[in-house]
Structures are given as C-alpha cells and as structure tokens.
Design a protein around this ligand. Sequence first.
Ligand code: FE2
Length: 342
Amino acid sequence: MFKTASHTTVEVEQLFDAQGAAAMVELCERFGRYGMYSQEHVDSPIGVGLAQRHDALSNFLRTGGRTGNTSGEDLRTLGARTNYFREEYAYGLEPRISGIEGFLRHDTFEDSARAIFPHRPVIEPAIAFANLMVPGQELAVHTDVPEFRGCNRKVMPQWLLVVMHHSGLFEDHRMPIATGVSWFHDCEGGEFTYWPDGADGPVRQHRVAYNTAVVLDADSVFHGVDRIASDLPEMAPLRPGMGLEPIGDGRWVVRDGDAVAAEHAWDELRFSVSWKAYCFTDEHEQRTWREGSDDLTLDVVVDRLVADLRERGEIDGEVPGDPTLALLMIDTYIRFPTTVAG
Ligand SMILES: [Fe+2]
C-alpha cells in the first residue's frame, strides 16, 4: 500500500490581527542570532553512513530540485542553498522567548488540526520554531519526520521513520502530527509547494504572503520551498556554523565568526514560523503516549519491513547488508512527486 490518498489541508488568509502579526516580526528580531540548521546525529545499526534525510537529499540531487535548476552545481553550493537558519521559539508548552504563547495556542491552528484529523480532537502543541532563509536558498521536496510509539528521531534514523510511514505498515503505532506554517513576509519566490492529493496528484503553490498560513499533515503530504529570488551572481558561501542576526535599521548579516559572509535587508529574507502538535483521539491516548507503553523496537521494525520486501519480491534469499538494505527500503517505499510544473 502506498499513500496516494488526498489529504485535507487548510489555507489561512489571516492568522493574526495587524498588531499580532507585527508582534511576530518584532519577536523575530528580538530573538537575535539564528544558527544554521544541521541535522542531529543518531547512532543506529542500520544505514550507517547515510545522511539523516538520505531520502530527500538523493531525490534532490537526482532531479536537480523541483525546478531542475540545480543540476551541475557543486555540493558546496547545494549545501549553501539548502542549509537554512532555524531556532526554537517554544518546546512543548515551554516558551523560549516571551510573546510566543499566543502562537503556540492559536485557535486557528487547533481548529485546522481537527479538520485535518477529524477523530482526534485533543491537540497538544509540541514545538514552535522559526525558519529564516536568505536569497538563493530553497528546500528540497520531502515529507516531515513522523513519530511512532517508541520510535522518534532521538532513537532512529530520520529516513527510517519516513520509510515506516510511507510503508503503511506501522499506522497503528503512529502519532498523527498537524503542522502549521505561517509567513510574515511578502516574498518574491520561495513559494511553499505541496502535493495535497498525493505524489501523483497536481502540485499546489502557496505564495508567501504576510500573516498567512497553511496547516497540513506534513508527515504525509510532500512539500518543499521554491528558490528565493536573488539578484546576486552566485550563492553566498554559507556553511554550518554560521549565524544570521539583525544589526538594526532592518539590516541582517550572516556571520562567519566575526567576519560578515553576507548582508541582507529584512525584505529580502523569508521568515516563517512552524507549529507542530500531536493530535490525540482522547485523553487516555494522550496519557498512554506519555507513559511509553506498547512501544515498537528497531528489530521489530526492520523484521516487518524485510518480510514485506520479501512479499513484494524485492528480497529473494539472503537479506542484503548495509547500506543496500537501507537504500532498498528508501527506493521501495518513498515515492516522490513526479509532477513538477507550477
Ligand atoms: Fe517540512
């Protein structure tokens, strides 16, 4: 079974009143420095040596991105295009900066989550985080990293969690998560691109407009960010360890230690804030999730996937070693969108 079903998505035309939206922009600047998002590492006996998101990365390299215009670029440039800046504003219900509370518990997000998962009325916000992208950056098409009882990104490689969801074999253990993405810019390029009717369906694009949002099951719906307009002749040499910070008068700099690697006006950036929440059927399920009962283990997961691969005729005889088995799982279960035209 592949997940090609349609998914409910909610487009929000106005998330806050004028004051509330302005407060998010003020909060962004007040937060200060934004580090570059780099994937945490997890030691696992499967897929040793693969990138955490080998699935999305290899598809990006194979296709040259959604618009196909990265082909021919070297890996350093591709890294600079896709390593954006990210910081947490809240984790669980704990704010990491004052003023985020109204975002974390926003009725529009919670009502939209209930529309996406109609039988899951108990909404528990899990995280709010900021994403800042600079001209020339983009985000490869992907689905987000899902969670299952006993399996999350702290104990398993991210590509394996994505494989688990796309295989459809572990749905009894999955915890549905609603994702809201909101924008506080009117931005050239950088559209939020997604496939609500499945990978074989038409692509939809949300133009980045101030104070709008999209709420969706981002673990199931493929999505990405188109390249942000840039009039620079080439991509700034961004790499992990650099930070983006405001210097006043609406100007922002990318710092490499003390040196300035790039400077931008606020209007050239793309600022979004993401919200994720667990969606429970009832309080009993919410408690069970916390207590960690009925957890899946890595052995059970791999055995079930291998049995399914045998049934599909993908494995005949001995189970392949690493990384062949990991790559076979990614190629078999994760079917990326092929429709690219906007
Ligand atoms: Fe995502």
